[in-house]
Design a protein around this ligand. Structure first.
Ligand code: GLN
Length: 192
């Protein structure tokens, strides 16, 4: 069974763990650098990216995580997407800089602007997983403002990319771990 790490310093790591189990993988809740050698890929969950960054520094995990990301598949959702992006604004913030996207934090506005929508995913996503609409939960979500260097857009909402991939990296600005649909997690498991 594939072992997938879920960064578990803060945020909704438990929901990702449950989604991985449902998708047929074994979650490893990563809190220490030693655990990185036991996993085939890593999920960085949603939560609060500034807090997660502080904890990564506090736990001495930042450099190891960046190094892991240069070799292995990584999937970031929401705050995880912010940590993976090369360019972060509103406000500017340090990141692991893994993926060639520019991302704007809290770009839909305040908490009250969080929403659940039904997306029509791109044909490539449906071909590689299964057909059907994608329920997307946005919670104080960022917006991907630019993509570069062969980043592939797999789904959009209101004209902005919300699910993208670049090689072994997968990024969503919404929370697939909060719905029953396992297609996004399955797509990530294909990269392992
Ligand atoms: N607003 C959060 C941030 O900027 C992200 C929210 C989320 O992960 N649901 O880090």
């Amino acid at each position: 069974m594939k072992k997938v790490g879920v960064l578990s310093l803060q945020g909704d790591f438990a929901a990702h763990g449950a989604a991985l189990e449902r998708a047929g993988a074994e979650p490893v809740f990563v809190r220490e650098r030693e655990q990185l050698s036991q996993i085939d890929g890593l999920i960085i969950p949603g939560g609060e990216s500034t807090t997660m960054l502080k904890l990564l520094r506090y736990e001495n995990l930042f450099d190891d995580l960046a190094e892991f990301g240069r070799r292995k598949p990584v999937f970031g959702t929401c705050a995880g997407a912010i940590l993976m992006a090369k360019d972060v604004t509103n406000p500017a913030q340090e990141s692991l800089g893994l993926v060639d996207i520019a991302i704007e934090r809290n770009a839909y506005g305040r908490q009250i602007d969080s929403r659940v929508v039904e997306l029509e995913p791109g044909p490539d996503f449906e071909k590689r997983t299964a057909p059907g609409k994608l329920e997307a939960v946005f919670i104080r979500a960022p917006i991907i403002r630019g993509v570069q260097n062969g980043v592939k857009v797999l789904a959009e909402y209101e004209g902005d990319p919300v699910l993208i991939e670049q090689g072994r990296y997968l990024v969503s600005t919404f929370h697939p771990e909060l719905t029953k649909d396992l297609r996004v997690h399955s797509l990530f498991l294909e990269k392992l």
